[in-house]
Each structure stands twice: as C-alpha cells, then as structure tokens.
Design a protein around this ligand. Structure first.
Ligand code: FES
Length: 111
C-alpha cells in the first residue's frame, strides 16, 4: 500500500541535481534528470554508504562522490559488476509538487 506525502516542489530540485529529504528511517535523495524525470533513492551508496545526493547526475545515473561508483537511478543498482543496490522509492510529480511514497520509510513497519 502506498503512502504518498508531499515533500516539496519540483522547482526546489535543481536540474541534474538532487535534494535530500529526512525521514524517520533515514535520508532519501530526490534526483531530477535533464528531462525532468524524478527518482528517489536512499541517500546511501551501496558501496560504503556515501551520500548519493552529493553526487553527479548524468544519463539517468548518479556517480557517488566518494569512490565514483555509478548508480542507476531507476533500479538503484551499481553498474558494472553485480555489486549491490540502493533501495528505491516511488516518486511522482503532481501539479509541480513532489509526492514521495513513504510506505517503506515510516518508523513502524507492517508485518
Ligand atoms: S561509498 Fe559510494 S563509491 Fe564508495
């Protein structure tokens, strides 16, 4: 079940940039691609937890600022070898507002 919450305006996220959203269970990085598509991933690189929100966005991917791993923004997977993935979250733009699915982010988890 989805749990949509308004986390700000699309205009608050720079083109080819990111914005960090704090949640009860950690930070989520919202990314905005050149085509205005938005992506939401845990703000933790699958390598050693680097802040992906501070990485470079390019071609639907982000390069981690710590050791340059490249993470696919759709799948959260590190490209190249089978080396892990960052959790992704659903995000939509509705009337210029960013709606993030908090169903996996609340402090209390079902089941
Ligand atoms: S922590 Fe991201 S590449 Fe090492």
């Amino acid at each position: 079940m989805t749990d949509w919450k308004d986390v700000g305006a699309l205009a608050d996220v720079p083109l080819l940039g990111a914005r960090k959203v704090r949640t009860a269970t950690g930070c989520v990085a919202l990314f905005r691609g050149a085509d205005d598509r938005v992506f939401a991933l845990d703000d933790r690189c699958p390598h050693r937890g680097g802040p992906l929100s501070e990485g470079i966005v390019h071609d639907g991917r982000v390069t981690c600022p710590l050791h340059n791993w490249v993470i696919d923004l759709t799948s959260g997977k590190a490209t190249g070898a089978d080396v892990g993935a960052t959790r992704t979250h659903a995000v939509e733009v509705v009337d210029g507002r960013l709606m993030l699915d908090f169903s996996a982010l609340s402090a209390r988890k079902a089941g």
